[in-house]
Design a protein around this ligand. Structure first.
Ligand SMILES: Nc1ncnc2c1ncn2[C@@H]1O[C@H](COP(=O)(O)OP(=O)(O)OP(=O)(O)O)[C@@H](O)[C@H]1O
Length: 748
């Protein structure tokens, strides 16, 4: 490649040729010694070849018609001889050491121009030639010096030019090398770039796909969350409605129980009234019966009277017949004695009238008596009917009351149980409070044996008596009493708190079976760590007692951790369990950093905390599991689970493998149940059958299920493993293990 600077400075071919010719000629010019000039003037050729070269170049570059003038110099207005030397020669390198080709050319031109001017201006008059000859010599000398200097300069310039050219060539070649290296590097870089571009494109496409899949998952998760939130809202509403219903039912139950008690009162009242009435009626019936008997008697009497009357009548008739006979006799006698007859007829009439009157009176009397007794019988019958109808009414009302009673019986039972429980709890709370205050007071006083509280001892004693014989608490209470009363070893032995002979090391008798009842803990090991004979302070005994009570309470409500692959049936079984045992289980309240919505209450729907507190809890391992949805954190805290047990309910945690490991690290004392599907194939069928997951999600769940199944087989992790083959059987197995007939595995 050609250097542009060099190409620019290149002279026409004629000049180069002449240069070459000159070089070829070598000392030819020198031999001639002078060179012909166009204007015929000539000067001695002292400057040698280089000057000739310059001149020839100058000439070669000009056209023949062109005058050999130096317009620049005349323009500049300087005298070529005086000013031309002081001026920096244009071909001399400037401070930077570079000489431009134009300057070089100008220098050459200048050099030849000054010579030409000198030749052209050399027209002195003849007479002055002699006088100025010496001047001319001097000038010529100066000129020749100047020329020498110029020549040196030109030579220098040439050298520097060559150096520059060499440098240039070197630089050029190195640059070319660099260029080729750079090109090679460029090609390598290009190929690398293409490779990288290809990789980036593949990553881009893969990322795009993944992003798409993630976005899909995200949108599904979002929609699911929305659905769940909706469901949650619905459930909450239902819950509230249920709560309202429950409240109204409770009110109704209360009303019913009130009604029931009033009904019962009324029933007892009506029963009392009824029994009274019945007694009355029985009395009246007896009275009526008596009256009836009396009436009967009267009737019989009347009949007797009637019979008597009849007999009287008959006797009267007989007598009347006799009388008629007598009358006839009388008549006969009347005939015989007229006076006697009148008196006799008068007597008979009187007798007959008296008889009729008697008969009438008797009849009236009897009629009245019969009428009276009939009306009495009728009224009695009426009363009897009334009593009977009232009795049937009372029986029917009794029946309905009984029915109502039966209906209200479960409520009543429940209310009774609850009341009993409340009463018991209250009682226990009062006693505990009492004990606690007393114990604290004693603790403060320091010497419990000096200040024995009768009430406290009485309470303990009553508690002792109220407990069943086999109840292990009995011994604890007795131990407290013994401690309060500062019993001696003998007294303890007598009370059965120490083994017989324990106070006397020489006397050892076998332990009585009383100490070996299965439900009785060995006092010397369980409750009193260093043997029953050791005298402990009340504070120690009391705190031990309370601790054991608390442990027993929490033991009965240990949290349940249920885990298993997605689709193994955890939700199905738990839903049924919660439905069948509504008062047994409780739910832990989660923590969240989101703001509460309207109607939500701190500690009810969520524990609302800020992000800083949440993250601190995470650092302190306060969460069993936590996650971030959107910009909010959610988590189940260890404390929330513990507090469920404190309310007397069991907290059930449906969590995956990592959560189980996390719970194992806490002091929750949970029970672990693994619910396993019969096989992975059946699990796949159930997951697909459920129809809640996309194909991708099902695949992911199945993949994770393999890990979970392996975890389910790990030794020492699980307290119970249930295979969910037949739902009913699996449910019963889970229920029996969790609820355990109300013992909730506290014996486990
Ligand atoms: N023994 C069973 N026989 C047949 N189908 C069952 C059985 N147990 C559960 N299923 C069904 O399997 C599906 C998955 O059950 P479920 O949703 O209860 O599983 P899960 O363990 O709670 O899943 P996830 O952890 O994803 O919530 C449900 O459609 C359920 O009806």
């Amino acid at each position: 490649m050609e250097d542009p600077k060099l190409s620019q400075t290149r002279t026409p071919s004629t000049v180069s040729k002449s240069k070459k010719n000159k070089k070829k000629k070598g000392g030819k010019g020198k031999a001639n010694g002078e060179t012909a000039k166009p204007n015929g003037a000539h000067v001695e050729a002292e400057d040698g070849n280089e000057q000739d070269d310059a001149e020839e170049e100058e000439q070669g570059s000009r056209t023949p018609t062109e005058p050999p003038s130096s317009p620049r110099k005349s323009e500049a207005g300087h005298h070529p001889l005086t000013n031309g030397i002081s001026k920096r020669p244009t071909g001399v390198p400037d401070r930077s050491g570079e000489v431009s080709p134009e300057e070089n050319h100008d220098a050459e031109e200048e050099a030849s121009g000054s010579k030409d001017t000198l030749v052209a201006g050399f027209k002195p008059p003849i007479d002055t030639i002699a006088t100025s000859f010496t001047d001319t010599d001097a000038r010529l000398e100066a000129l020749s010096k100047e020329r020498e200097a110029l020549r040196e300069e030109v030579a220098q310039v040439r050298r520097s030019l060559e150096e520059i050219k060499e440098k240039h060539d070197e630089e050029l070649s190195s640059m070319r090398e660099q260029l080729s290296e750079t090109q090679v590097e460029k090609e390598q870089a290009e190929s690398q770039y293409r490779g990288l571009l290809g990789k980036i494109n593949t990553i881009k496409s893969q990322l795009g796909e993944r992003l798409k899949a993630d976005a899909e998952d995200l949108s599904q998760a979002r929609s699911r969350i929305e659905d769940l939130e909706e469901q949650c809202g619905d459930l909450r509403e239902q819950n509230e409605a249920r709560a309202v219903e429950l409240a109204t039912m409770a009110e109704e139950a209360e009303q019913r129980s009130k009604e029931l008690s009033s009904l019962r009162n009324r029933t007892t009242l009506s029963q009392q009234n009824w029994s009274k009435e019945r007694d009355d009626l029985i009395q009246r019936e007896a009275f009526a019966r008596e009256e009836f008997e009396a009436a009967k008697q009267a009737m019989q009497d009347w009949e007797v009277l009637a019979m008597e009357e009849r007999s009287i009548r008959e006797s009267i008739a007989e007598r009347s017949a006799d009388l008629e006979e007598q009358v006839a006799n009388y008549r006969e006698a009347h005939e015989r004695a007229a006076s006697e007859r009148d008196s006799q007829s008068l007597t008979v009439d009187g007798l007959q009238r008296a008889l009729q009157e008697i008969q009438e009176a008797r009849r009236r009397e009897l009629r009245e008596m019969v009428e009276n007794s009939q009306s009495q019988v009728e009224s009695l019958q009426k009363q009897l009917r009334e009593v009977e109808s009232r009795a049937t009414e009372a029986t029917s009302s009794l029946e309905s009351t009984k029915q109502e009673l039966e209906r209200a019986l479960p409520f009543e039972k429940e209310v009774k149980e609850k009341n009993l429980l409340i009463g018991k709890l209250r009682h226990e709370a009062v006693i505990l409070n009492d004990h606690l205050t007393k114990a604290l007071r004693y603790l403060k006083k320091g010497k419990p044996e000096d200040t024995i509280d009768k009430q406290l001892v009485t309470n303990h004693f009553l508690h002792f008596l109220a407990l069943e014989r086999a109840d292990p608490k009995k011994f604890q209470v007795l131990q407290i009493i013994a401690s309060l009363l500062a019993w001696t070893d003998e007294q303890r032995e007598q009370a059965g708190l120490a083994r017989p002979g324990a106070s006397n090391p020489n006397l050892r008798v076998p332990i009585s079976p009383w100490h070996r009842t299965p439900s009785t803990p060995a006092l010397s090991t369980d409750f009193f760590p260093e043997g029953g004979t050791r005298k402990e302070s009340l504070a120690e005994l009391w705190s031990g007692f309370l601790e054991q009570e608390a442990q027993e309470a929490t033991q009965a409500h240990r949290p349940i951790v249920i885990s298993g692959p997605s689709g193994s049936g955890k939700s199905t079984i738990l839903t049924r369990l919660f439905k069948d045992h509504p008062d047994t289980f409780g739910f832990s309240v989660s923590h969240t950093t989101r703001n509460p919505r309207s109607g939500e209450q701190d500690g009810r729907e969520y524990n609302f905390i800020n992000q800083e507190t949440f993250l601190k809890l995470v650092d302190d391992a306060g969460f069993i599991e936590h996650a971030k949805f959107g910009s909010n954190y959610y988590g189940t805290s260890v404390k929330a689970v513990k507090s469920v047990a404190e309310t007397g309910r069991i907290c059930v945690l449906d969590i995956e493998m990592e959560g189980v490991k996390q719970v194992k690290k806490t002091d929750l004392n949970a029970r672990f149940l693994f619910l396993s599907p019969p096989s992975l194939e059946i699990l796949e069928q159930r997951l697909r059958g459920r129809g809640t997951d996309s194909e991708d999600a099902v695949r992911q769940r199945l993949e994770q299920a393999k890990n979970e199944m392996a975890f389910g087989k790990e030794e020492g992790v699980w307290d119970k493993v249930v295979v969910n083959n037949e739902l009913d059987k699996a449910y019963i197995e889970v229920e029996e293990w969790i609820v355990d007939g109300g013992r909730h595995g506290s014996q486990a």
